[in-house]
Write a protein that binds this ligand. Structure first.
Ligand code: NDP
Length: 299
């Protein structure tokens, strides 16, 4: 039997409807509209599309969004001044600096400058530390979307073997931290896993992936995961977004893995829509924090 396809688009729609309701309630109670400020530096076409999608999603959920465009020639100091002004602006609850930043800008310095309370991407070391200690304020959007997808399809990771391919600060590393912990806001079933975090130096990679009950691929290598690398019945989450001559493809060879896996996410229409969705959740959380009515995410 072919794998059940995990439809991220449909799930994103459902979660966004829930977020919209929560936003409306928050506005009624606090008389404050959650507001996200996106900083876009330069004119990278993919970044423009991502930011536009985020603005539209905010609009649908009743969240205000601001777009702060800066020229590609901006300096690190100019960008730091922009971030600082947004940190000080009490009408802005969440700040998103669209990556990648142009060469010549010190990205680390910029991300570190975002107030941890407005850090809706959860990239600030303060927030990364809280995640590692199992008491997150914000969860990074892509891993957050993945745990939502697992939880809402009743796919447990507790006691299971999870293999994460890719150790980036944005996806792989936080994903591994979240699933190996006691819980990350969606219950203890989507946590408590035995996690192996793989990267480009990992030896015998295919042997490791073939033992995974849940395999999460986030490496940016088109169709890298083939059928022989997947345990029959495993859940395979494809984070990759690769633009090729054949169009947009994931890190998983979808057609080859479909007959082997138990659950599989498509590209596009899998993890991507959930990433934007969790940004909305994080913006609402940021507004809650700044109005003093936050509750920490708990298992
Ligand atoms: P990075 O480029 O930051 O990191 C890639 C990771 O993959 C690195 O840890 C690298 O290892 C590892 N890697 C690369 N090649 C191999 C290989 N052949 N075998 C094993 N490991 C390998 O990637 P990101 O995490 O930012 O993104 C990964 C993919 O996910 C991209 O396609 C990106 O577009 C996509 N993405 C999708 C999102 C979504 O919403 N769907 C959101 C974010 C990203 P090493 O550390 O040793 O170099």
């Amino acid at each position: 039997m072919p794998a059940t396809i995990l439809d991220g688009k449909a799930l994103a729609k459902q979660i966004q409807a829930e977020t919209k309701e929560s936003v409306a309630k928050f506005i009624t109670q606090q008389q404050v509209t959650p507001t996200l400020a996106a900083v876009l530096v330069g004119d990278d076409p993919a970044s423009q599309v991502y930011v536009r999608n985020k603005e539209r999603a905010c609009g649908r959920a009743g969240i205000d969004s601001q777009l702060h465009r800066m020229p590609a020639s901006s300096t690190t100091d100019e960008l730091l001044a922009k971030v600082e002004s947004l940190n000080q602006d009490s009408s802005v609850h969440g700040i998103l600096v669209q990556l990648p930043l142009p060469d010549g800008i010190d990205s680390r310095k910029i991300l570190d400058a975002v107030s941890p309370d407005k850090d809706v991407d959860a990239f600030h070391p303060h927030n990364v530390g809280l995640i590692s200690q199992g008491r997150p304020k914000f969860l990074p959007c892509t891993p957050h979307g993945i745990v939502q997808m697992l939880a809402r399809h009743q796919i447990s990771t507790s006691g299971k073997r999870v293999v994460v391919l890719g150790r980036s600060d944005i996806v792989g590393k936080p994903m591994a931290m979240m699933l190996s912990g006691h819980g990350c806001g969606v219950g203890s079933d989507v946590a408590n896993a035995t996690v192996t975090l793989c990267h480009s130096r990992t030896q015998n990679l295919a042997e490791l992936t073939a033992e995974a009950d849940v395999l999460i691929a986030a490496i940016g290598q088109p169709k890298f995961v083939t059928a022989d690398m997947v345990k029959p019945g495993a859940t395979v989450i494809d984070v990759g977004i690769n633009r090729t001559d054949d169009g947009l493809v994931g890190d998983v060879d979808f057609d080859a893995v479909l007959p082997v896996a138990g659950h599989l996410t498509p590209v596009p229409g899998g993890v991507g829509p959930l990433t934007v969705t969790m940004l909305l959740e994080n913006t609402l959380m940021a507004a809650r924090i700044q109005t003093g009515c936050e509750a920490l995410l708990s298992a």
